[in-house]
Ligand binder design. Structure first.
Ligand SMILES: Cc1cc2nc3c(=O)[nH]c(=O)nc-3n(C[C@H](O)[C@H](O)[C@H](O)COP(=O)(O)O)c2cc1C
Length: 187
């Protein structure tokens, strides 16, 4: 089929929808982020493309830490709210009950089913956004989203994001098992 060249953009979907948390002026602050992905398996490293002018990023840079908070789809309203307003204008520190683990600069949201503490390794300015590369040092999961001690996405019901339609989505149909279905390919 004929192809047209379109404007370069973030057309890898779905993206995750998470809240990134940090401590700014002694208070937790949370921002919505979709530009997040796994960069290394062992040690577990995450990369988040965040605009350094965001309040949350000031906390990341000051304390060298941040949290990743994975909502389930029924937490969409508060998740979107944290992406609509800046903590510089509205105090978001009282939106959630929070807890910390080994990194005081990584406040986590008690009511979110899956949270992680991340230690900043490197900040790479790329233009509008800075790539914050961080090691995931601990993950905290609600019992109810686990099956045999593993995160079960069918229980968590993650919130996915697509661009450019700015849509939130639930996980769709299961297609096939990875590292397995490919064996059916003719050689
Ligand atoms: C669905 C969604 C995804 C977003 N993803 C990002 C992102 O990946 N990087 C980024 O810098 N901002 C992103 N934002 C914008 C920030 O969340 C927003 O500017 C927020 O108000 C910043 O908050 P803060 O100033 O309190 O840190 C996103 C917003 C929404 C609604």
């Amino acid at each position: 089929m004929a192809k047209r060249t379109i404007k370069p953009g973030p057309y890898i979907v779905p993206m995750p929808t998470v809240l990134v948390g940090s401590v700014v002026d002694g208070r937790p602050n949370f921002m919505t982020a979709a530009f997040c992905g796994i960069a290394n398996y062992q040690p577990a490293v995450i990369g988040c493309g965040l605009n350094p002018t965001h309040r949350t990023c000031r906390g990341i840079e000051e304390h060298g830490a941040f949290s990743i908070n994975v909502p389930s789809r029924d937490q969409v309203v508060v998740t979107d709210y944290c992406g609509l307003v800046s903590g510089d204008k509205v105090d978001k520190s009282t939106l959630f009950e929070t807890f910390t683990g080994s990194l005081p600069g990584a406040p986590m949201i008690s009511s979110f089913p899956l949270t992680a503490e991340c230690r900043l390794l490197q900040s790479v300015p790329l233009g509008q956004d800075t790539l914050y590369l961080a090691e995931i040092v601990a993950v905290h999961a609600e019992e109810g989203i686990l099956t045999k001690d593993q995160v079960d996405w069918h229980k968590l019901h993650p919130l996915l994001f697509t661009f450019p339609d700015a849509g939130y989505w639930a996980m769709g149909e299961y297609v096939a098992r990875a590292w397995s279905v490919g064996k059916q390919h003719p050689r």
